[in-house]
Design a protein around this ligand. Structure first.
Ligand SMILES: Nc1ncnc2c1ncn2[C@@H]1O[C@H](COP(=O)(O)OP(=O)(O)OP(=O)(O)O)[C@@H](O)[C@H]1O
Ligand SMILES: Nc1nc2c(c(=O)[nH]1)N[C@H]1C(S)=C(S)[C@@H](COP(=O)(O)O)O[C@H]1N2
Length: 176
């Protein structure tokens, strides 16, 4: 029997979690993954304020209890005092994957000179991959288009579920 594909979406935003604005960025992650993935998958959604313990707890639950092979966060990666998503990610991860942040910042620079203000990173907790995206709705697609080609193979290497993607939308790479 194939492993079910569960993907966590964690929005970190004081205002979206207080209902001051709609969480457009979390929805954009789900829409983007729906476009990328041919495989059937279940989104597991969480919305928390920029509070370190709440971010850590949500990440732990998404990986350990909800068994998500991939968790994508949005928000809280900048230099403002309450931006602590990368730190919370490091706390819950066993090993970091610095290439993701490097590539997303480099690609984002093609769109905005403020791309370097994001401290976004990625890491591994058990056999799950956690990736940080900035909070701005338009950053979601810009960043995911850059790094997603390497995500299915990363999950293969951790013996997670096989992510089949729509080649006309995103060209994933699995070395022979
Ligand atoms: N989840 C979201 N949905 C819609 N718009 C968002 C979201 N997160 C951020 N934004 C928009 O992007 C801007 C910058 O995002 P950033 O994450 O820096 O927000 P912020 O100033 O930390 O505030 P907050 O934590 O309350 O979202 C916000 O002012 C808002 O307009
Ligand atoms: N692709 C992309 N990356 C981006 C941006 C963007 O609009 N598009 N905004 C930048 C800005 S203005 C900030 S402050 C940082 C951090 O955003 P965050 O605190 O919402 O995570 O992400 C940066 N990275």
């Amino acid at each position: 029997m194939s492993i079910p594909i569960r993907i966590g979406i964690l929005t970190v935003s004081d205002r979206a979690s207080a209902g001051i604005y709609d969480d457009i960025s979390g929805k954009a992650i789900i829409e983007t993954l729906n476009e990328y993935l041919i495989s059937t998958w279940d989104p597991v959604y969480r919305l928390v304020p920029d509070e370190p313990r709440q971010i850590e707890r949500a990440l732990e639950q998404l990986v350990d209890a909800e068994e998500c092979c991939l968790v994508i966060t949005t928000g809280g990666t900048g230099p403002a005092a309450r931006d602590v998503t990368p730190e919370a990610t490091e706390v819950v991860c066993d090993r970091m994957m610095p290439g993701f942040g490097e590539l997303m910042r480099a690609e984002s620079l093609k769109y905005v000179p403020t791309a370097i203000l994001s401290r976004q990173t990625a890491g591994l907790r058990g056999s799950s991959l956690i990736i940080n995206l900035p909070g701005k709705p338009r950053a979601i697609r810009q960043c995911l288009d850059a790094v997603f080609p390497a995500v299915p193979y990363c999950i293969d290497l951790m013996e997670g579920p096989y992510l089949e993607c729509n080649e006309s939308v995103i060209k994933v790479f699995r070395p022979a």
